[in-house]
Design a protein around this ligand. Structure first.
Ligand SMILES: Cc1cc2nc3c(=O)[nH]c(=O)nc-3n(C[C@H](O)[C@H](O)[C@H](O)COP(=O)(O)OP(=O)(O)OC[C@H]3O[C@@H](n4cnc5c(N)ncnc54)[C@H](O)[C@@H]3O)c2cc1C
Length: 481
């Protein structure tokens, strides 16, 4: 029976495995094996559930509900009931501007104002800043459609304040990225399309909202989906690791190898002359397969592929990676004066702070703390412009975050527990030229029938995109063999 090797047991690799497992259940004559370097599955999806009852996310804490792939996966696994919506009664985000927390006005979609009154009355922007943003309505679209940096685009359409106060901290929160280098076409292609189609982002957003309100909520005639009410951000009741556990429950555990680090992949010939791939593991053993899906981050994929194709390895290495860390702190509610009425805050670079953002996890989600007597917050450190901070020793990192929370939220209590998760080189950066780089990678990969790369490094960093990417690679691998 022909066999597919999946390198990496993060959500991309497990989604690929599930696609093959489902095909097997429907009679496909194909085998698979997942090789995961570490002792655990999930990759960047990492949830700690403590005996005291804290549920702490180390990596992603949610996914966007605008993309269908997590829902589709949950539907197939019949686990929609393990989903959870955000606690939208407290849906407020704050932005630190000139050292003061200001509420993000209602109606700001991505970074574009769509409601007049909240926009006019907000203290987030100055009057000249507001007038400049409103000019988006009149500024003609760029003549030559094409990519540009996120910073240049936002500055051109909405002005510097929108860039500094919303766009920059927003992309720091999503991509740990720097808008001065990020490709608009690779990160927010919908904004590029809106400008071309409507000549204005505000007009484009209003049209999109109208279309959403006009359409049937879940597709014409479709039944209401199972599971909780959908909010913009969704998660899982017991944390994002539920997603991994659910996928795992549908897989054959015999086909998953932990502590199986793949050093390199080379091409060999079978006795019948057909091509196969030989995986060399760190342990010294080898595995021969008919197709390989590499789901490790692109820079690691480069090392694995180097011997097989130096040019492909070179192209993979061109995708930059940045480091970040998340620091979670649990407090007794009575020890802190803050009301935690909101989802948290983001911090523009211009503020010169040492954290990029802070999520008030116990406000945003139910079930993250043992009881109402406790609160849980999570700070983000590092990112494109402050990578060095993600590497400081634990005690220094904790002291730094505590000092920022004291300054920004007035918290000077001792936490009852803390958790630090580091993601060195964990965030792929979709910088200018990213789409060309990915096209080049596709072209070079295609020279090796049966070889695929998938995951957050290429066409979307979010969990839904990774699920889609893994599933597509598995379908291609099955077609190939
Ligand atoms: C701090 C942080 C917060 C995030 N927040 C969100 C969020 O809120 N929402 C969202 O949608 N996305 C978020 N993301 C992005 C998202 O988590 C990732 O893009 C996604 O989980 C990547 O999944 P993956 O399977 O492609 O890669 P990974 O999770 O990196 O998995 C790759 C796997 O490959 C294994 N591996 C590596 N090398 C080898 C080797 N040589 N041999 C065998 N195995 C190997 C690794 O051990 C790992 O398990 C966040 C990311 C980070 C770092």
């Amino acid at each position: 029976m022909k066999k597919v090797a999946i390198i990496g047991g993060g959500i991309t690799g497990l989604s690929a495995a599930l696609t093959i497992e489902n095909a097997r259940k429907e009679g496909a004559d194909v085998d698979y094996i997942v090789l995961e370097k570490s002792l655990r599955l999930g990759g960047k999806i990492r949830t700690e559930r403590t005996k005291e009852g804290f549920v702490v996310e180390g990596g992603p804490d949610c996914f966007v509900s605008t993309k269908p792939w997590v829902f589709e996966l949950c539907r197939k696994l019949d686990c929609e009931d393990s989903l959870i919506g955000s606690n939208d009664a407290l849906k407020k985000t704050f932005i630190l501007v000139k050292n003061k927390m200001r509420e993000m006005p209602d109606g700001i979609m991505i970074m574009v104002p769509t409601k007049i009154m909240p926009f006019l009355t907000t203290d987030l922007f100055s009057w000249p800043g507001k007038i400049r943003m409103a000019m988006d309505w009149f500024i003609p679209k760029k003549k030559e459609a094409g990519d540009e940096t996120l910073a240049s685009f936002v500055d051109r359409r909405l002005g510097r304040e929108a860039l500094d106060r919303i766009a920059e901290p927003l992309v720091a929160g999503i991509h740990a990225g720097d808008p001065e280098t990020m490709s608009l076409a690779a990160t927010f292609p919908n904004l590029l399309e809106m400008e071309q189609k409507y000549g204005s982002l505000i007009k484009g957003m209003l049209a999109a909202m109208k279309a959403r309100q006009g359409g049937a909520p879940h597709g014409a005639g479709a039944a209401k989906p199972k599971g909780p009410q959908r909010t913009f951000f969704m998660s899982f009741k017991r944390g994002m690791l539920d997603l991994i556990d659910e996928v795992l429950s549908a897989l054959d555990k015999e086909k998953i190898m932990l502590e199986a680090s793949v050093d390199r992949v080379v091409q060999t010939k079978k006795e019948d002359g057909s091509t196969q791939y030989r995986l060399h593991l760190e342990s010294g053993s080898t595995i021969d397969v008919d197709a390989v899906i590499i789901t490790s981050p692109s820079n690691v994929a480069a090392d694995i592929i180097d011997e097989l194709d130096g040019s492909l390895a070179g192209a993979l290495r061109e995708i930059p990676m940045v480091s970040s860390a998340t620091v979670s702190l649990a407090f007794r509610r009575k020890d802190v004066k803050h009301d935690f009425k909101g989802f948290g805050f983001i911090v523009p670079m211009a503020e010169g702070r040492k954290i990029m953002a802070c999520t008030w996890s116990s406000s945003k989600w139910g079930g993250r703390v043992p009881d109402d007597e406790h609160v849980l917050v999570r700070a983000f450190v590092g990112g494109a412009r402050n990578q060095h901070l993600a590497a400081v020793p634990d005690d220094e990192m904790l002291a730094m975050v505590k000092s920022e929370l004291k300054d920004l939220m007035g918290i000077d209590a001792e936490p009852v527990d803390t958790w630090i998760f580091r993601w060195p080189g964990g965030m792929p950066q979709y910088t200018m030229g990213h789409l060309d780089r990915v096209a080049k990678i596709d072209e070079l990969v295609a020279k090796h029938p049966g070889l695929y790369v998938a995951g957050g490094s290429y066409r979307g960093v979010g969990v839904p995109d990774c699920i889609n990417s893994g599933a597509k690679a598995a379908e291609s691998a099955m077609e190939h063999i």
